[in-house]
Each structure stands twice: as structure tokens, then as C-alpha cells.
Design a protein around this ligand. Structure first.
Ligand SMILES: CC(C)(COP(=O)(O)OP(=O)(O)OC[C@H]1O[C@@H](n2cnc3c(N)ncnc32)[C@H](O)[C@@H]1OP(=O)(O)O)[C@@H](O)C(=O)NCCC(=O)NCCS
Length: 152
């Protein structure tokens, strides 16, 4: 939980108040509606994803990869695991919010087929706008054959 909280703090909530503390994460992950995955590469924590699966739709809450393991397909795998779970549950779509200034994450999600739905003014603690993205219908992203699936 500490590794997830720390990565979230450093790479998702940097410059904002820390909301996803280890204790909040622990409570959230225990909810029956929460789906969480952790990726390891060579036995090392590499990243995680957390989604909330509702009765009709899914919401991707957090996803991050340690800098050391980026650009190798780890993020895509973490996302795909969530997409497959939501698809298997028969959900209509999956949405998420991303910081308006986080262009690399927006490219990451666009490469998986997500489309911009709307902009949310000062969504993050009144400080930064968010972009809401949605994938509908839910479909797994096509993996890059150059990535050798380093995760376990
Ligand atoms: C966004 C993030 C999860 C991507 O993880 P990753 O493991 O590097 O991503 P992948 O290697 O699986 O990349 C998959 C595709 O996404 C796109 N992509 C990934 N990083 C990108 C970047 N920095 N710029 C542009 N496109 C990018 C590419 O199309 C890539 O496909 P390719 O390798 O065939 O070119 C990672 O950069 C990260 O953890 N960022 C900080 C946290 C964050 O912003 N989380 C999302 C908001 S909650």
C-alpha cells in the first residue's frame, strides 16, 4: 500500500494536496466494487491500476508506472487488465479524469481508443482542470508487438 501511495503521490498528485494516502487506498481497495492490479518486473514493484466497477459503467480511478519501467508496455497491460475485467462484467463503458496538463497520459489513453468527453474546470482541489475521457464500448487495446510483456 505504501508503494502505491508513494507512486500516486509522486506521479499523479504532484503539486496537489495528497488525497490518495495509504490509509484511504487501503479502505478503497477493500470495497467489493474496486478492482486493483499491481505489476512487478523482475520482482520489483513497477506500477498499479485501480478501477471502480459499477452496475453499468466502470471508472478508472488511478493508474501509474514507475519511471524506470515506462515505455515498455507496462501501462498498457495495467490498463488492459482493467478493460478486460470491465468487459467481462458486461459494463457499457469506462471513463476517467486526467489532469489537463498531463499530455503524455492523454496520449497514452488516446492510443487505447479513449475519447475526450468534456473538460472539468478546477476539478483537482480547485487548482487544475481535468479532462474526462471515455472508452465506449469497452475493448482491449492492441498490444505493441515490440513490447515483450515484462510484467508478472
Ligand atoms: C501514462 C503512463 C501510465 C504510461 O505508462 P507506460 O508504461 O509508459 O505506457 P506504455 O509503455 O504501455 O505505452 C502505451 C502507449 O501509450 C502511449 N504513450 C505512453 N507514454 C507516452 C508519452 N509519454 N507520450 C506519448 N505517448 C505515450 C504510446 O502510444 C504507447 O504505445 P507505443 O509504446 O506502442 O508507442 C505513465 O507515463 C505514468 O505512470 N505517468 C504518470 C502517472 C499518470 O499520469 N497516470 C495517468 C493519470 S491517472
Amino acid at each position: 500500500m505504501v508503494a502505491i501511495g508513494s507512486l500516486s503521490r509522486r506521479q499523479i498528485e504532484q503539486g496537489l494536496p495528497w488525497t490518495w494516502t495509504p490509509s484511504r487506498l487501503k479502505k478503497f481497495i477493500r470495497l467489493a466494487s474496486t478492482n486493483a492490479y499491481v505489476a512487478h518486473v523482475n520482482g520489483e514493484f513497477a506500477g498499479f491500476s485501480i478501477a471502480s466497477l459499477g452496475d453499468a459503467r466502470a471508472h478508472l480511478v488511478l493508474l501509474a508506472v514507475e519511471k524506470k519501467w515506462r515505455h515498455q508496455g507496462v501501462g498498457r497491460e495495467l490498463l488492459d487488465w482493467q478493460l478486460r475485467a470491465a468487459q467481462t462484467a458486461g459494463l457499457a463503458d469506462i471513463s476517467l479524469e486526467v489532469r489537463a496538463g498531463n499530455l503524455s497520459a492523454q496520449s497514452f489513453y488516446a492510443s487505447a481508443g479513449f475519447e475526450q468527453v468534456r473538460s472539468l474546470k478546477r476539478y483537482y482541489c480547485g487548482v487544475e482542470d481535468a479532462i474526462r475521457l471515455r472508452l465506449s464500448p469497452i475493448r482491449a487495446a492492441v498490444p505493441n508487438p515490440e513490447h515483450k510483456s515484462p510484467t508478472s
